[in-house]
Write a protein that binds this ligand. Sequence first.
Ligand SMILES: *Cc1c(COP(=O)(O)O)cnc(C)c1O
Length: 397
Amino acid sequence: MPGFELFGDLERKEVNDVLDNGVLMRYGFDAMRKGHWKAKELESELSKVFNSKHVQLVSSGTAAVSVALASAGIGAGDEVIMPTFTFVASFEAIMMLGAIPVLVDIDDTLTLDPEAVKNAITSKTKAVMVVQMCGSMGNMDALRSICDKHNLVFVEDACQAIGGSYKGKALGSIADVGCFSFDFVKTITCGEGGAVVTNNENYYTNADHYSDHGHDHIGKDRGAETHPNLGYNFRISELNAAVGLAQVKRLPEFIEIQKKNYSIIRESLSEIQDVTFRTVPDGGVESYAFLNFFLPDLEKARKVSEAFKTNGIDACFHYYDNNWHYIRKWDHLKDLKSLYPISKEVKEGIEYLKTKSFEQSDYHIARNISCLIKLSWTEDEVKERANKMAELIKSII
Ligand SMILES: *Cc1c(COP(=O)(O)O)cnc(C)c1O
């Protein structure tokens, strides 16, 4: 991560194809487009990568989550279980539909603790959303069986984990419906973009319609198409899709580089007693987009994070003190600071956040440091960084 580090001729060529005929929209204008259908091509490419029947591209990862939930029929007053550690997009996407985000503790996989999920289920619960944070994953078998037992939709946000797998299946393709982001800092970027991935024919058709104002996409005349249901506009443009099309062909190369760089740093930190690593569930293979490790306590983690910053080790995050990825700093959510009135259901549904504490999540996130693995580092740079990181940590613990 991120794919933009290695932009080159491939990206340029795909974008120029689009500019040559000037059709920036993914639907219609058949005669003008000289055979270029970048969004369609990217969808079929992604469906091969994920070994999944259907892929619907949309305008962002946040849109992907909203479209996925809407396509599965989740809306006003429904409860969606999600982890305390994620990106703000998770609750935004849920609340946009008038549904209620129910935050639960994470374990040392850094996503949903299956026990916490079980304890949070009520008669209003409709879905469980696992967020495959920082290139790894939750315990998918345990979560799957909870969802099956309680008849819940299983949603998988794999925005940060493209290229990872669980028991041979691509992350994002395992739950009932998966979501990806191709924003500017993700492993594969479109500039802005996202995707909904599913084997469920019905969810796919809903996503296809809903993300384009309800258009049923039957026939060759957009104006004559019918609208079986209400929809919105979450379309991706051809320009964005073109960039993604070039990038997705390089995914195996990107994952190889991430793995190589990750391994060098991990090996160096492994030698330090008191540094431990996140748990990757049995059968899981990380995407190597990040290296996550734990220090003995909050104070030491803060000191290490500070030392990294002042010594030029960039792109390492101590999420406990971060405004965007962890419940602790989400006062705008807890206080429901909305520009517009929020429904009574959501207001009441979110009341619990004012008083609820998440000690188990705090325990993990307070001690965790998450380092982005870049694609553009040379081998010498990674080795130097790995040594420096180890030295700094040793000087503190
Ligand atoms: C990036 C990200 C999103 C949102 O994607 P956008 O394309 O930026 O809207 C959602 N969830 C996670 C875990 C992300 O990292």
